[in-house]
Structure formats: structure tokens, C-alpha cells
Design a binder for this molecule. Sequence first.
Ligand code: SF4
Length: 199
Amino acid sequence: MRLIYEKLLLVLGHQHWWPADTPFEVVVGALLTQQTRWSNVEQAISNLKAHSLLDTDRLAGADIPKLEELVRCTGFYRQKARRLKNLARYFSLHADALYDRPVEDLRKDLLELDGVGEETADSIILYAANKPKFVIDAYTRRILGCLGLRGSYRSLQEMFESELEHDTEMFKEYHALIVEYGKQYCGKNRCGDCVLVEK
Ligand code: SF4
């Protein structure tokens, strides 16, 4: 796992993720990014900012039709508007949740929220709460699959977490590198140039 990280870093350099001004913006981005491109998420976040809604209390109290309009560009906007409001309510009521709770307790709470699956919960824990949790996404699965490694979300996560030191900044960088590599290589079928899989 360390070798993959070093190869990715060598090829792509540091990624400086997650692109957000505040931890709550990370939370919002993690939910909105489901099943859409990041450029659409950026548009929705900019809309929310323009209406001063990137704030837990204000978002928790926002009108659903208004929210739907602001996040429409991310697809599944009705569902996402409702889920965003729910998430905002949770963080508004538990302001200290991100920082003070043990990782597994926070994960359990997040997974109980509507629309928060393992990848979204772990992205929030890693990038918003700044706690070491390895995120598994579709590109991670694809790359590991090419290396003959398959399994459930938790078993793949365990593979990384048991082999790497629990360094939050490195986990952030590693996931960002995987996503970038996935976009630039796997997603563009540049398998002939792949530095991870031996030909
Ligand atoms: S570039 Fe191709 S071979 Fe390499 S990890 Fe991605 S999908 Fe697999």
C-alpha cells in the first residue's frame, strides 16, 4: 500500500485536497458529490454561499423548494435537498460531533443519517473532522481490482488501515491521488501507461 502511494505521488505530485473553506463545506460537498461531477458540486456550493446557507443553523432552517433550486445542478436534487437539511440539523444540534467524538462513534452516527453511506461518512471523517479514516471509492476498487485485490468496503479499508500508519494528512493525500489517477488514467483507458500494474 505504501508503494502504491509513493508511485502515485511521484507521478502526480501533491493534490492539496479537499477544496473547501470550512469543515461544514466539506460535509456539504461530500453529500452533493454523490453521482455527479465535482464541477456541478462547485456550482451548487457557490449557490449556497451566495444565499449564506453554508452554515449549519441557516441550512437546517432553509426552505426545501429553495434548496432544491440551489442544488438542482447536482442531479437527484429533491433527495439531496432533503438530505442536506437533515445533515445540517444533525451538525447544528451536535456542533461538537466532528471534533470530540471517537471516530467509530461518529461513523456510526453518520451512517444512520439518510443518504450517508460508507464513502460519504468516511470522507466527512477524514476531510472535515480531520481524523484518520481511509476512504474507499470506485477508483480505489478499480485500481485494487487490477492488482488482484477485491472485497467488501470494510475489508479494503482494513487493508489500507492495517498496513499504513494512521496519518490523517497522508490518508487525505492518498485518497486524492487515487481519485486523480483514476480520472487521468483509469477513466481515460490509459492502461498502457499505468505505473501501478506490471505489464
Ligand atoms: S490505468 Fe488501467 S490498469 Fe492501471 S489501475 Fe487504472 S484501470 Fe487498472
